[in-house]
Design a protein around this ligand. Sequence first.
Ligand SMILES: *[C@@H]1O[C@H](CO)[C@@H](O)[C@H](O)[C@H]1NC(C)=O
Ligand SMILES: *[C@@H]1O[C@H](CO)[C@@H](O)[C@H](O)[C@H]1NC(C)=O
Ligand SMILES: *[C@@H]1O[C@H](CO)[C@@H](O)[C@H](O)[C@H]1NC(C)=O
Ligand SMILES: *[C@@H]1O[C@H](CO)[C@@H](O)[C@H](O)[C@H]1NC(C)=O
Ligand SMILES: *[C@@H]1O[C@H](CO)[C@@H](O)[C@H](O)[C@H]1NC(C)=O
Length: 692
Amino acid sequence: MRLFSFNLLSLLFFLSTSHLLVSSSPSNYFSFSFPSFPSSTSNNFDFSTDASVSQGALQITPDTINDLAYLLNRSGRILYSRSFRLWESNRTASFNTSFSINIYRPSNTTPTGEGLAFIIAPDADGPPPGSYGGFLGLTNSTTDGRSSNRIVAVEFDTVKQAYDPDDNHVGLDINGVTSEISASLTPFGIQIAPVEAVNYTVWIDYDGRQGAIGVYMTRKGEPKPEKPVLAGKVDLSRYVNQDSYFGFAAATGAKDYELNCVLDWTLTVENLDDEDKKGGWKVAAGIAAGVVVLAVVAGTATALWYSKNRRKREKKAMVDPSALAGTLKSLPGMPREFEYKELRKATNGFDERMKLGQGGFGIVYKGVIAGEATEVAVKKFSREDNMNSQDDFLKELTVINRLRHKHLVRLLGWCHENGVLLLVYDYMPNGSLDQHLYGGSTAGQFVLPWNRRIQVAADVASALHYLHHEYDECVVHRDLKSSNVMLDAAFHARLGDFGLARVLDTDKTSYAELEAAGVPGTLGYIAPECFHTAKATRESDLFAFGALLLELVCGRRPRCTDLSNFNFLVDWVWILHRDGRILEAVDEKLEGNFVADEARRMLLLGLACSHPLPGERPKAGVIIQILAGSVSPPVVPAFKPAFMWPAAEPARHEGGSGGLSSMSSLLTSSSLYGSSTAWTPPYVSSDRHGDV
Ligand SMILES: *[C@@H]1O[C@H](CO)[C@@H](O)[C@H](O)[C@H]1NC(C)=O
Ligand SMILES: *[C@@H]1O[C@H](CO)[C@@H](O)[C@H](O)[C@H]1NC(C)=O
Ligand SMILES: *[C@@H]1O[C@H](CO)[C@@H](O)[C@H](O)[C@H]1NC(C)=O
Ligand SMILES: *[C@@H]1O[C@H](CO)[C@@H](O)[C@H](O)[C@H]1NC(C)=O
Ligand SMILES: *[C@@H]1O[C@H](CO)[C@@H](O)[C@H](O)[C@H]1NC(C)=O
């Protein structure tokens, strides 16, 4: 019970520090409210290519006034990244939403176009190709009007098409851009895209019982008008998917363009699921109990976190447990808590035949969640005493949960019961990279072709760039290696297991032990300075990335046993580089089927990332450009530079030998295996600038 209460409080504080205010009224609603869109809110949305959060607003189509040509023929979507249940067999959910828009004219001399729409979509995908112009990012000339689109939208259209009343109207669109009903806004004194920018607020109320929809609109800051600008009937259950996404779509045209900005957004959706109502009360009871227990047993971990978050917490000192009923449940995209028996059932009682692989900390099983037909990967941690505390774990979860990137494996949920920790991830049908490089049970004799290796390198680089630079705070992966690079159905790479190193106590699991336990190669990914600092940094991630690059090209593990004079792949490649025959390092299994220029580029980049001095390693942004071929690879010295510690001082006794001898002697150094408190570098690193 105690642990349970801690986890709820962790979530609670996560909530209070989040920009997103998720609340749940006493009755049963899901609700969110974004008073504005600072960049940290971007994790809550799915963006199409040119869409973004910038200037504190959602920019549905490109946000630029410097390159007007770029604004032509664009379509975009931004959707809230979680779906909502909109109907059941006998009822349809009601919802209310309000948002403010600013349709901006970058140029007074061109007409505006084409429009923005509030959309209910079947998935969180981007707009279909060719959906610019009058298609408003909703449909295209092929799909327009098809019932398979599963789209209902309210459009704010600034161009008159043959089927439109004028160039300043609102319309209700069902699966197509020819509105079912529409109305000019001019009689209401509203100009959607006036010459002098105006912010407007829109309210859309939908009553699921009556199937009635009402749209209200006025200048931002004014109260909601009595009279709707558009009112009609639509039975959503006939047109949209049972679980649908809410968001915005917009487009610009061939000659006319506009900036389509959403400044704030609030949504309340009726919750149809009676189960959740009960769940909500369970959670509420848990919180109430948790607050009491906490008052009595203030655990050290919690106390620690308290002091860190004191400033923020003071704002929300008093927690009213009843007001939080259901809040945790409605936390957007929060990994859900599974029951042990649910996961046991999903994996056939952790059947050996469902085993996907074995990692340092546990075994991964394939599973199918009953009633959902979704395939998942369930990671079962082998030793409970590996975990620092559930509190740490949940803190980690809140961070992991907010990371969204197409090259990160999605964490779906977790379970911690009877001392067993289980994590549930998206199932990756093509397993992990090492299985393909070294032939595992699932990969058979198949050799990973060259173009897939290039793709994997680019995907991992983009995920690292996101973690290191694009996310609000710098996040360090700290456990990058080929067994953590997963491949999806299209062989795109996704990083898994990020952040877990910190919550799993490394006290009792040395790297040597890991290797003995059948987790080979771990050692070759660890940057030399880590043996001194025991601190993961962006630079140590980049070192691991270098090892991974060499591994991809050479088809050998970073720490290899089959190269006669070398214990580390990097040392062998470096010698080949010195001798001017670096391409001899390329995986023989490819039988010459590779592109020499690309291979050379990747090998040199791999060596550059393996530089013993952390500050010398290229950053993720440059790595992406080098891999793409737009920047030439770094100049790599003929001899591997000496490792120096501290980096700023001249070499002392360790200087010169980067091979196993120095590594293994350092392995016994207690600094690496200090107490768990010593090995707790902040997962979210404060040094964004990468100083060592
Ligand atoms: C709808 O059907 C479910 C069972 O399928 C039932 O529990 C619920 O009470 C029904 N609701 C209404 C409004 O009829
Ligand atoms: C929407 O707003 C109407 C009128 O303000 C209110 O009666 C209704 O309960 C609201 N519905 C939801 C789902 O919030
Ligand atoms: C419209 O979109 C569909 C996929 O959503 C695509 O297959 C089709 O080619 C697109 N049509 C045009 C004209 O771009
Ligand atoms: C519109 O809203 C934005 C963001 O709140 C604000 O910066 C801008 O001044 C507003 N524009 C007008 C014309 O009110
Ligand atoms: C925009 O699309 C139209 C056809 O839909 C095409 O004629 C025009 O050249 C395109 N303009 C640009 C700038 O791509």
